[in-house]
Design a protein around this ligand. Structure first.
Ligand code: ADQ
Length: 471
């Protein structure tokens, strides 16, 4: 069996029981334990001086290979091109794109340097799986170093429409770099279609879709590769167990006591402008405005730990949200009721799952999101006899699968307020039917299925290449 090499910007911290974070980390770590292999990436350290050294840590059949970044590389590769250029562009926020060509050079330089660090650790039959937008040039860099292994790439965030991607000055280099992989994975069919649209209309390439299921064949920049949608999933039964156990724990019991029987709306996100938090707060305000019976009868808990706090766009969204929550609470709060509880911290997975289970509405309304695992975790955590209702943005990748949710457009504040009212009043029979539909989908397409489908196609992609070229 070939070894699996996972390359991602950050390597998930692993404790004795496995990764602390959910979804991706758990799914990938399981595969690594099965086949043996390595997880390679940035350690998260930023070095003030000196030359970063690779650290190897063995845990059974899995090696963790991590390396620090010097300050300039962190600023150009991570803060600069990855998070100030690509992140807003790929989330359709052309207004927030910042571009500096030195940062793009730094992005390419760091990708090449990371690839050079990995090369001596590789064996001929290793299968390499690269993750996310920080590492778009990684295959190109490995190929330049003579690596012939199969290399796949999975994009966790949306792939933007061509007209938005064109706003990123080196758009062509980026797509050319993507074509150095053997297999490209996207979260949804619309993301795959957006990529193909660029290939065909901007790069004079070809995109051939299969008659039935299966991956598309892409021909562009002198290469032939495969691409398909692989929606990432969760382990729903494990989350349900966590939720049940967590509901008995002190933090959740204490929180429940403070509700005094009021209904609960729950949201959990990283504090990011792509998550639609301002619009979400305003729609909750509209609900209180238009349905007076809701006042003092419903509480909204928003958990949003700050991320990328050293970037202006993130400082701005934080200030804006603090203003909005203060304004709305000032307007509606009573001596014994605070409408919005806005909390800036991380919680254990078990506590989050239990809060999801205790709530009546899961309120997940990003302006754009590759998938959004919180939506899937919310559904997984529900009590099948008395499930809550998911209110979900049509712009989350998860909306492609979770048709049992109340699907909303996060720009439409009135529409979201109406959806909240509908969710809070929904009869149990309808809630159960919607839950059954969604949980069935989540079980069928859990995170193992995501990973196994991608790796199966990556292993096949090498075989497909010569035939595709001969055409
Ligand atoms: P994210 O943008 O981080 O991921 P998401 O998919 O929702 O978004 O995943 C967040 C994860 O972090 C979830 O598992 C959630 O439970 C956890 N989390 C969030 N807030 C937390 C808190 N306060 N405490 C503890 N845990 C918290 C990117 C893409 C998504 C894509 C994923 C996976 O942006 O679109 O779904 O990768 O591919």
């Amino acid at each position: 069996m070939s070894r699996l090499i996972i390359v991602s910007n950050r390597v998930a911290p692993i404790s004795e029981g496995g990764p602390a974070a959910g979804g991706l980390a758990v799914g990938v770590y399981d595969a690594l334990k099965e086949t043996g292999g390595m997880w390679f990436g940035w350690s998260g350290d930023v070095l003030a001086s000196g030359q970063p050294q690779i650290q190897l840590e063995e845990r059974g059949p899995v090696t963790f290979a991590t390396i620090g970044l010097v300050r300039r590389d962190y600023d150009q590769y991570y803060r600069g091109f990855s998070n100030a250029t690509l992140w807003p562009a790929f989330h359709y926020r052309a207004d927030l794109i910042q571009y500096d060509r030195h940062d793009f050079e730094g992005y390419r330089r760091v990708n090449a340097w990371l690839a050079q660090q990995l090369v001596p650790l590789l064996r001929d039959d290793d299968v390499i799986w690269v993750h996310d937008y920080h590492l778009i040039p990684f295959a190109q860099a490995l190929r330049a170093a003579g690596v012939k292994n199969r290399i796949g790439f999975f994009l966790h965030i949306p792939f933007p429409a061509s007209q938005v991607l064109l706003a990123v000055p080196p758009h062509r280099q980026l797509v050319e770099a993507l074509c150095s992989f053997d297999l490209l994975g996207f979260q949804t069919e619309p993301d795959l279609r957006a990529f193909c649209d660029y290939v065909v209309h901007e790069a004079a390439g070809e995109c051939e879709h299969p008659a039935k299921n299966g991956s598309s064949t892409i021909r562009a920049f002198g290469r032939t590769l495969r691409a398909a949608a692989y929606p990432i999933g969760v382990y729903p039964d494990e989350i349900a167990q966590l939720a049940k156990a967590g509901a008995r724990g002190k933090p959740v019991r204490t929180m429940k006591a403070t509700l005094h029987g009021r209904k609960l709306i729950m949201s959990v996100d990283r504090l990011d402008y792509s998550k639609g938090l301002v619009e979400r707060f305003r729609a909750f305000e509209r609900l209180l405005d238009q349905v007076p019976a809701m006042r003092n009868n419903v509480s909204f808990v928003q958990i949003a730990p700050p991320t990328r706090a050293d970037m202006h766009a993130y400082q701005d969204i934080r200030l804006q949200l603090e203003g909005e929550s203060g304004r709305i609470n000032g307007r509606f709060a009573e001596l014994d009721w605070t409408p919005i509880r806005y909390i800036h911290r991380q919680y254990e997975r078990q506590v989050l799952a239990a809060l999801f289970r205790e709530s009546h509405v899961g309120y997940v309304t990003p302006l754009r999101d590759g998938m959004n695992l919180v939506a899937k975790e919310y559904v997984s955590a529900q009590d099948p006899d008395d499930p809550g209702v998911l209110v979900l943005s049509r712009f989350a990748g998860a909306a492609q699968e979770l048709e049992g949710a109340l699907i909303v457009n996060p720009i439409d504040i009135d529409g979201m307020a109406e959806a909240l009212a509908t969710a809070l009043a929904m009869p149990v029979a309808e809630r159960r039917a919607r839950y059954r539909d969604m949980i069935g989908r989540l079980r069928e397409n859990n995170v193992s299925v995501w990973r196994d489908n991608f790796l199966r196609d990556l292993k096949r992609s090498g075989e497909a290449r010569p035939a595709a070229r001969a055409k």
